[in-house]
Design a protein around this ligand. Structure first.
Ligand code: B12
Ligand code: SF4
Length: 529
């Protein structure tokens, strides 16, 4: 039986990264002897015709879609096309959005047959087996769906998985070549579970309070595999990577013992780091840690149950500086109780951290389904203004507090983005005047490069302009690349872009394929590694 998994579109601004959720799901399905294919519309352009072609070629018996809140709409659009093409094909959705509004989603989206709640591996395999045997999925732990015109919703999920027995994520089914060409970090996890209860997060509710670990050997094997594939940067995405010092140290020790040259970053809580741990992380290739600081106001940190204080943040930053691991701090504005004074406190705290060498950034609160702050909104100083899930990207306000309106929050973020644009503009000016060197220019060059590559991919530049009849002898490499640049450069929107440099780099990193046969030149992206 064949199963098609789909990753819906998500904009470049959200930082594309190969979907770990789909890779784990595909791995357990393959282990259970199902044949799996993944369509990834984050880096491959979507078209109904393309979808139709895959359905007709692959003939899946079940289609699974993933979504976070802001991508739910894109997933729904793909689903609508899918059901128009084949109304009998069962469709299941999972992920941190639908898990917490399953009944409502099934009521509102008639095209959707099933929803998997929470951690999806065991439930999806059970559903696939049930469908293979002509069943309807009822009674499967962790599943919601339809039966006899009624919606059913499992009262409990399957037992938490032993994550150490999970197979390696099936990333070979993802278009990793495109991600590598975009030079984005690839994420992996070394554990699942979170005992904390931050009121804006669904992490704990998705994966449970008990932390379950993958053995250091498996973790380091996976890291080695990613490094061998040529990914320049890995992101260890566990919230609590540094919480269990023994686990974290064991992984670092193994990286060092195997002399693995891999660069990685990790998320961390400020109350779980110490200098010896950070020093070991640095020695093992850690190039930065990201702390969820959320607010500079002690009162707000208390309200959101973050369980940390500004003083602990400062201490963690000092420790990072001692160990030489660059820290990054992430703040959320518009949390319950936010006032102009607490916002000023957060901004001042950010500046204080910046003076200590910390980079930092802001989001606004998006009260996702399933979060304590949404489920018990009446308990908090918060008014939710929109249920349009497309707006839940946390870059513009969808909620406000008694004293801080949506206009204030949006104005703040708008100004923050403008400051960044001004900084980029100034850097550009200095570069043009020869006042900045290439090391300084890197953020700008990288932004331009990624933006251009992504547009080339999503606007199908190679598919449209990368194949032509050359007639005579095969072109040499440089001629073929120059001809490609000329052809794309003639298209509106691509004129005056640094195509030659960007495509040359993509070619030398192995991201571009060239085929010449019978007088035909054909350029394409490398999809699979
Ligand atoms: C790492 C991470 C990222 C990484 C990489 C994500 C990736 N490509 O895999 C980056 C930095 C790129 C990222 C980006 C964003 N993220 Co993020 N991210 C995480 C984090 C920390 C871990 C995710 C992860 O890899 N988990 C491990 C995998 C195995 O779990 P999973 O993806 O949840 O999949 C499992 C289940 O959900 C389920 N499942 C998922 N899909 C499907 C599909 C089917 C068919 C089935 C059956 C089951 C199923 O089964 C999977 C296996 O168990 C989570 C927090 C958390 N602890 O979950 C936030 C989290 C997922 N991110 C979140 C958000 C909001 C975002 C962004 C919108 C950024 C932003 N503005 O905040 C973007 C959206 C990008 C996108 N397309 O998803 C929210 C989502 C909440 C929501 N309801 O929308 C989370 C939950 C954090 C939070 N605030 O609570 N993120
Ligand atoms: S923000 Fe991090 S620490 Fe807090 S509940 Fe979510 S996953 Fe746990």
């Amino acid at each position: 039986m064949r199963i098609l998994l789909i990753n819906p579109f998500c904009p470049l601004s959200e930082g594309p990264s190969p979907s770990l959720g789909l890779a784990f799901l595909a791995a357990v399905l393959e282990e259970a002897q199902f044949e799996v294919r993944i369509l990834d519309f984050v880096v491959q352009p979507y078209s109904r015709e393309g979808l139709e072609a895959v359905l007709s070629d692959f003939q899946p018996a079940l289609v699974g879609l993933t979504a976070v809140t802001m991508t739910f709409h894109s997933a729904r659009e793909v689903l609508a096309d899918l059901k128009q093409i084949d109304p009998t094909l069962p469709a299941v959705m999972g992920g941190p959005h639908v898990t917490f509004c399953a009944r409502q989603t099934l009521e509102e989206v008639p095209e959707l047959d099933f929803i998997v709640l929470g951690e999806g591996e065991a439930t999806l395999v059970a559903l696939a087996r049930s469908i293979a045997q002509g069943g309807g999925g009822e009674g499967i732990p962790g599943l919601a769906g339809r039966s006899g015109g009624e919606i059913f919703c499992a009262s409990h999920g399957p037992a938490p998985l032993d994550v150490d027995r999970l197979p390696v994520p099936a990333r070979h089914l993802l278009p990793l070549g495109r991600y590598r060409t975009l030079n984005v970090a690839v994420s992996m996890t070394t554990s699942r579970g979170c005992p904390h209860r931050c009121i804006f997060c669904v992490g704990r509710k998705m994966v449970g309070a008990r932390v379950r670990y993958r053995s250091p050997i498996k973790v380091v094997d996976e890291l080695a595999g990613l490094s061998a594939m040529g990914f320049a940067q890995v992101n260890i995405a566990d919230d609590l990577f540094t919480a269990n010092a023994r686990h974290c140290m064991a992984i670092c020790d193994l990286i060092l013992a195997r002399d693995l040259q891999v660069r990685w970053t990790s998320f961390a809580r400020v109350d779980t780091v110490n200098v010896p741990l950070l020093e070991r992380m640095k020695a093992a290739g850690c190039t930065g840690v990201c702390f969820g600081v959320e607010s500079g106001s002690p009162a707000i940190l208390k309200t959101i149950r973050k369980g940390i204080t500004p003083q602990q943040v400062v201490s963690a930053v000092e420790m990072c500086n001692t160990a030489g691991v660059p820290p990054f701090a992430s703040f959320i504005l518009g949390l319950p109780g936010e006032t102009p004074q607490t916002m000023a406190e957060t901004v001042a705290f950010g500046e204080r951290l910046r003076e200590m060498g910390v980079s930092y950034g802001f989001h606004v609160l998006a009260p996702f389904p399933g979060t304590e702050v949404r489920e018990n909104v009446a308990r908090y100083d918060l008014r939710i203004l929109s249920d349009d899930w497309r707006e839940y990207h946390a870059n513009r306000a969808v909620a406000e507090t008694a004293e801080v309106s949506r206009t204030i929050l949006d104005g703040f973020l708008g100004d923050w983005e403008k400051r960044y644009q001004v900084w980029l503009g100034e850097l550009k000016g200095r570069l043009e005047r020869g006042e900045a060197d290439e090391a300084e220019a890197w953020p700008l060059r990288n932004l331009e490069r990624v933006d251009l590559l992504y547009r080339l991919m999503m606007e199908r530049a190679l598919e449209r302009h990368g194949t032509w009849q050359n007639g005579g002898r095969p072109l040499d490499e440089a001629q073929a690349l120059a001809a490609l640049c000329k052809r794309i450069g003639e298209q509106p929107g691509f004129r005056d872009k640094p195509l030659a440099a960007v495509l040359k780099e993509a070619r030398s990193s192995g991201g571009l394929l060239l085929e010449q046969r019978d007088g035909r030149v054909r350029w394409s992206w490398l999809d699979y590694l």
